[in-house]
Design a protein around this ligand. Structure first.
Ligand code: ATP
Ligand code: MG
Length: 164
């Protein structure tokens, strides 16, 4: 039984995240998508909204026999991973620009908790420039998001903007 944690903000979930989750499903029996609660950051979507969207869009992905759960956590990732009895942390690398930060985090996490490995996965090239931040920026300026986020996420973003 191999269990991985895929941590992130998922504000909102993008097709890039889903690509990494699908790839992770080929390696792990169970993946816990763990939304990091960051009290210092002003999010676009609340934790509950992000959890709900993830739950809905995860129904549409290719998961084989992999069990996928959605959770949220605060504090040190390795403490959370240990509490969940996870074997690994999954992270995505889009470009060299991600590498430096991810390497630093992976090595610090290894120092804090040597029993947990970090596994890096590369997305399809189509998603190599997709980030939640850029998706929000493009959306707020009126750009088209088709193919970058699931249709449900785009609809939720439209609802959110209309309600503000
Ligand atoms: N398009 C993508 N392809 C591969 N990995 C990705 C992609 N988007 C995010 N990831 C990875 O998913 C993990 C969680 O990322 P995070 O929640 O920060 O998403 P993000 O899109 O980078 O959001 P933000 O723009 O707010 O930083 C990180 O390891 C990140 O590198
Ligand atoms: Mg990021």
């Amino acid at each position: 039984m191999r269990r991985a944690i895929y941590p992130g903000s998922f504000d909102p979930v993008t097709n890039g995240h889903l690509d990494i989750i699908e790839r992770g499903c080929k390696l792990f029996d169970e993946i816990i998508i763990a939304i990091l609660v960051n009290p210092d950051k002003q999010p676009f979507f609340s934790i509950d909204e992000r959890r709900e969207m993830l739950g809905a869009v995860l129904k549409t992905i290719e998961r084989g026999t992999c069990v996928i759960q959605v959770d949220h956590f605060q504090g040190l990732l390795v403490h959370y991973a240990l509490a969940q009895k996870a074997d690994a942390i999954v992270r995505g690398i889009r470009a060299i620009s991600d590498y430096e930060y991810e390497l630093q985090m992976a090595l610090m996490n290894r120092r804090l908790e040597p029993s947990i490995e970090t596994v890096f996965m590369m997305p399809a090239e189509t998603y190599s420039y997709v980030s939640s931040r850029l998706v929000k920026e493009v959306f707020q300026l009126g750009g088209e998001l088709k193919g970058l986020v699931p249709p449900l996420v785009e609809a939720r973003m439209r609802d959110k903007l209309a309600s503000d």
